[in-house]
Write a protein that binds this ligand. Sequence first.
Ligand SMILES: Nc1ncnc2c1ncn2[C@@H]1O[C@H](COP(=O)(O)OP(=O)(O)O)[C@@H](O)[C@H]1O
Ligand SMILES: N[C@@H](CCC(=O)OP(=O)(O)O)C(=O)O
Length: 283
Amino acid sequence: MDQKSFHFHEKKRVVVKIGSSSLNYEETGSLNFTKLEHLVRELCNLRNRGMDVCLVSSGAIAVGRQSLGMTERPRELSTKQACAAVGQARLMMIYQKLFAEYNQVAGQVLMTKNTMVNPVSRENAKNTFDELFRLGAIPIVNENDTVSTYEMQFGDNDTLSAIVASLIGADLLILLSDIDGLFTDDPHKNPDAKLIEVVEKMDSDILGMAKSTTGSDVGTGGMATKLTAAKIATLSGTDMIIANGADVCVLHHIFDDSFRGTIFKAQKKETFRIQDFILETIG
Ligand SMILES: Nc1ncnc2c1ncn2[C@@H]1O[C@H](COP(=O)(O)OP(=O)(O)O)[C@@H](O)[C@H]1O
Ligand SMILES: N[C@@H](CCC(=O)OP(=O)(O)O)C(=O)O
């Protein structure tokens, strides 16, 4: 199966996830405003094409850490929570401003594992997303880091974005990473690693390729959490793409059916239930 046979321009509901390392300058840890502006413009264009668009944005801790003048990556949970409290508010202020420039409205949705495991709050969250889409708004999602203890955390936004895609019945999830896609091995360690264009089925060979170490000082996931996301998304009937967020123009290239990245093909949604998956695997 080649990439062109997926016809992404026909998709109706899309979730885009951007990681902390793609939003900040690596050298200084400060926000890359040009990148943010381009990202918002691309998302507004997808709305203008008639799609429901949801953004899962990391960066609360990294932005808060920068605002509070911390040079070291925080280790203590309470310090991360304090950074997130400052950073999430700042990040949303910037997103609101940028979306408003294109006449679009953004709303904030913060989630914990309890939101998904508790049937009442899961239903509430789903209703909120549906209503935001009905009203034409763009939900911006993050983990509720300020109140999440270790037991309540998803811990990384790759997994969270796939859970959101599953909850809202998205037909496409795009993970914008600091790398072009899934390679046969970590390309930062193995120069012979080759890009895989299409994954038709998640098997042990594919799972074995991902290393959990992250290349950046601000990200958490590495490739392993992206493959967990791929498992959740594809079992939920959602196609997933990993592409490089260095140039966010990749978003319109995806919908023009010509881009560099890895596609994970959606499976037939049978008896998969996201809440059972969370309880059984993520804990
Ligand atoms: N098989 C693999 N293919 C591609 N990247 C891999 C692989 N195994 C490990 N990695 C590492 O995963 C990193 C991407 O994860 P991460 O740093 O968490 O990205 P992001 O912050 O963009 O979500 C890559 O930079 C790469 O070093
Ligand atoms: N919820 C955290 C995101 C965790 C994280 O670092 O995610 P990622 O950058 O996607 O690996 C934050 O906003 O800082």
